[in-house]
Structure formats: C-alpha cells, structure tokens
Design a protein around this ligand. Structure first.
Ligand code: KG4
Ligand code: ZN
Length: 341
C-alpha cells in the first residue's frame, strides 16, 4: 500500500500555499502572495491579507492539484496551519480545510506553522535527524526548538522577547529609507560594508539573568542603538556609512542567532541543526551557521529558499508526519490560534 496522500494548506500571513505530499515525496506545491500590495503601506495589512487568501485559495488549490496530477477525491487527509499567525488569514485556510475534509469525508489535522518550517526539510533532505535543534527565523518569529519527533515531541527552548530577526531588519531598512520589506535590501548593502566598523550590542548581552534567557533573543535594543547611531551622524551633518551600518547590524543579529543555536545543540546533545523561515535567505546567517556548525561538528540542514519562505509543502510535510506517527486528527470544531499554541 502506498502512503496516504496529504493536502497541505498554508495561510498564516500573506502567502496562500497549497501542496500535495505522499510520504516524504512532494508532488505539487503552489504559492500565491499578496506581499506586493503592502509596499505602499510599509507593512502587512491583515484585512487585505485575509481577502487575498479568499480570492487566491481556489485557484491555488486547482494549480497544486494539476501540478501533482491528482484528483481531489484521492486526498486521504487534509493538513492546515492552525497558528501562529494573523487570525483572519488563518481562519480562511482553516475554514477551507474543514470544508474540504467534510466534503471528502477525510480527517483534518491542524498543525503548528513554526514546527512545519522544520518538517519541510524532510521533503528535500530526507528523514529528519533523530534529535536536532530547530532555528526558525522570519519576519514573524525567531525560535529555538528541541525536536525528538517532529510530530509528537517538540519543546520550545526560546524565542524573541521583542522583534523577530526579519522584523528588526525591516525596521532598520525603514530607518535607512530602503524599500519595504527592508530585510533583503539591508542584506545586500551589508555585503559591501565592514562588519567590524561599528560594534552594536548583542541582544541580552547585558541581561542580569542571562542564564534564564540562554536561548532567547532580543533585537529591539540593537535596533535602538542603530537608530541612535544614524541620528547622531545626521545631526552632526555627517554622511551615514549605510553599508557599514548594515554589515555591523547584520553581524550582531546573526552572531546571536548562530551562537545560541550552536549552544543549544551542544547543551542538548543534538548532533544537527535545522534552519527554516524566510530570514534563512540572509547571507551572513548562512555563512556564520555553516562556519560555526562545522567548527562544532554539527550537521547543518537548511532547505532551499523556496521551502524556507511560507508554503503549503511545510504544512503537508508536518501533516504526513502526524499521520505516520498515529497522531489523532483534530476535532472538526477546532479553532485557529494566533499564538504559538
Ligand atoms: O518567512 P517569511 O517569508 O515571512 C514571514 O515573516 O513569515 O520572512 C520574511 C522576512 C521579512 O522580514 C524579510 O525582510 C526577511 O524575512 N528577509 C530577510 C532576507 N530575506 C527575507 N532579512 C534579511 N536578509 C535577507 N536576505
Ligand atoms: Zn513562516
């Protein structure tokens, strides 16, 4: 008997993603995004995002089924992102998933979006390591998780106390008058700068209770330090060395992220680190993570970028893992949860 066919639905934020997975094989995966609509607002507008999901869902589903060359009636289970995310966006995906499950007479699995960022690695790199640390970084989250079984045994070790890494990059982009979302622009500029030119503080470096925050991140103090530095130069009528500011800022963020991720691997005897989330596109994160994992003898897994940004494949992958592990389906009455759940 072949493994069950899982339909995965993602609608956490601005991406509408639908994918079909059988076992660990990705058959079809289509993503639509409403990100282009937010440049003029400088941030996501939840109301617009919810409406965009409503419009994009059926065409995205049709395209994914066509890409996978399967009929909807062949689907054995529906997996959907239940949170964390924007509640209006999540509600569109969850309602669609329940409707499809009810019409097909199949179970529905509400899964965690952040954990799904790690599950997707199975589709690319094969079965996940037996024990690993997951680092998930995006515009919405920066988390460290300890994973023994992706479907049943995941412990949150830490997260950001304020801004997510991508969010901090976007804010620094705004400060330097770069277009929204600023993350990729700050990254590009940083590559021609000197990361040692300015020393910005590392988050929680000066925290009284550093042990309690061993696996937590904080980027808002750093962002304020960058703002003060830029303002002081502007007030003095001096030119802001934008590339150096970006390089030094990027170094501070990525130093924290990678040092804590590697520390978590060592503390918890995990021989592998899996990285996911849209911020994985960051050039310095990729370089520092490779360098530090290699030095510590840790296997580093980072899926290609298209599977790091939000997509339906990650949800289908975690749904498939849940079915494989014998996890009970969600009750039909389950509601999305905008928090970490
Ligand atoms: O995962 P994602 O596509 O969406 C969510 O936030 O869930 O992540 C997008 C975030 C944005 O904040 C974006 O500015 C940031 O990741 N980002 C980057 C880079 N590419 C995307 N930040 C820094 N360097 C990059 N190369
Ligand atoms: Zn995400």
């Amino acid at each position: 008997m072949s493994e069950p066919l899982i339909l995965g639905i993602e609608s956490t934020c601005d991406e509408t993603g639908v994918a079909l997975v059988r076992g660990r094989e990705l058959l079809g995966d289509v993503v639509a995004t409403s990100m282009d609509e937010y440049a003029r607002f400088g941030g996501i507008i939840p109301e617009i995002a919810s409406r965009a999901h409503l419009e994009a869902f059926v065409p995205t589903l049709d395209a994914a089924l066509a890409a996978a060359d399967v009929d909807l009636s062949e689907v054995d289970a529906v997996a959907v992102c239940a949170g964390p995310g924007l509640i209006g966006s999540l509600t569109v995906g969850v309602t669609a998933a329940k409707s499809l499950a009810a019409a097909l007479g199949r179970p529905v699995y509400g899964v965690n979006h952040v954990i799904a960022h790690l599950a997707v690695d199975e589709l690319v790199d094969g079965p996940l390591p037996e024990r690993f640390i997951g680092l998930i970084v995006s515009g919405g989250h920066s988390n460290l998780l300890r994973v023994a079984d992706i479907a049943t045994d995941v412990v949150e070790l830490g997260g950001t106390l304020d801004d997510a890494a991508g969010e901090a990059f976007d804010k620094v982009g705004r400060l330097l008058d770069l277009p929204y979302p600023g993350g990729p622009h700050v990254d590009r500029l940083s590559q021609s700068g000197d990361r040692g030119a300015i020393r910005f503080p590392r988050g929680l470096e000066a925290a009284k209770d550093r042990q309690r925050h061993r696996y937590d991140f904080s980027f808002s103090g750093l962002k304020t330090a960058v703002a003060r530095y830029v303002e002081s130069l502007e007030e003095a009528g001096r030119e802001v060395p934008r590339a150096d500011v970006c390089a030094a800022f990027s170094e501070a963020v990525n130093d924290s992220l990678t040092a804590k991720a590697v520390q978590a691997c060592l503390d918890h005897d995990c021989p592998a680190l899996v990285v996911g989330g849209g911020f994985s596109a960051n050039s310095r994160l990729r370089a520092l993570a490779s360098e530090r994992c290699e030095a510590a003898g840790i296997e580093l897994r980072m899926p290609p970028l298209r599977y790091c940004t939000d997509n339906g494949a990650q949800i289908a992958a975690l749904g498939a893992a849940a079915v494989r592990a014998g996890v009970e389906p969600s009750p039909m009455g389950f509601a999305p949860d905008s928090g970490m759940g």
